[in-house]
Design a binder for this molecule. Sequence first.
Ligand code: V47
Length: 360
Amino acid sequence: MDAKQEQELIQKVQNKERLTQEEGEALYELDLYTLGELADTIRKEKYGKKSYFNINRHINPTNVCADVCKFCAYSATRKNPNQYTLTHEQILDIATNSIEKGAKELHIVSAHNPKDGVEWYMGAFRKIREKFPDVHIKSMTAAEIDFITREYGYSYDEVLDMMIENGVDSMPGGGAEIFDEEVREYLCKGKVTSEQWLEIHEKWHNRGKESNATMLFGHVETRAHRIDHMLRLRDLQDRTGGFNAFIPLVYQKENNYLKNCNFPSGQEVLKTYAIARIVLDNIPNIKAYWATSTINLALIAQEFGANDLDGTIEKEAIQSAAGAKSANGMELDDFIALIKNSGFVPVERDSLYNELKVYN
Ligand code: V47
């Protein structure tokens, strides 16, 4: 890109014009500070200095998995032979304990366990809902839903309806990985396809429900693949408006089967957050999920387009299995202090981004 093209691109972003695949890729060529400034301007217009988080609890009820994703260190395999599956009672105990301590959201994500049947999933939701009518249940990635349809012979519509009947409020963004078919085939052959992932979210949105979208990056994909991923989400969001947040997940490299990766530098991670803020002009929240970016970079990401840091997490098994320092979440007071000390105003939100408490 020569200087004139660079100026034209900057102008286009400032004019809030929609960017193409090529222009999205070209954003990566801007220097970090120019790109950060562009993203920060958009973020400030929407949120000022507010930075959002929620008090949540991640629950990962089983690591027994029928699928084999090269990047995953969580599922029980040769590298991680310790299988576990929680009973409904154990799940309910964890939920009770966390809710009593203040959790307002349960983020429940499982591996794809072929032994348990669909009632194992739905019964857990029902029991939580019966005991806690107000807690927000964010559960069932599109990958889990697709697995259930393949394993137990349901349609997507049937599973989505069962989720609603049994108390699920919103869907998390997991299982999206990278939409490019060739990379996906290499990373997680046999799992939900990109088209199916998008179809499931579209069906969920068409039921008046909201969801998130992730992108796993920093492994074997290229910058072009990341932009392609974002544009496929932008297209769907134009039709449904059902995505709340986009979450770029930085790949963690321990204890798995994915080798020869292009691990991203801190600059590349920050650029990716900033580009997400610019390219995804119709997804309101960009989440710097500190479990994968590190809390340090997540705090800096607040100046590069991110307006949300997920939450206190409490316990986390997926990313921490692959090396992230997120196994025990973060104390609320520490979380608030870190956001404040980085110059932002912590705002506790609910799962659908309604403001609950501003910590001035
Ligand atoms: O889909 C697996 C990812 C995801 C690794 O919706 C890995 O608010 C990094 O989706 N390195 C599950 N990531 C977690 C997830 C999520 C997290 C936080 C918030 C939300 C939300 C959703 O974890 C999987 C997969 O892409 N993952 N292995 C790894 N080695």
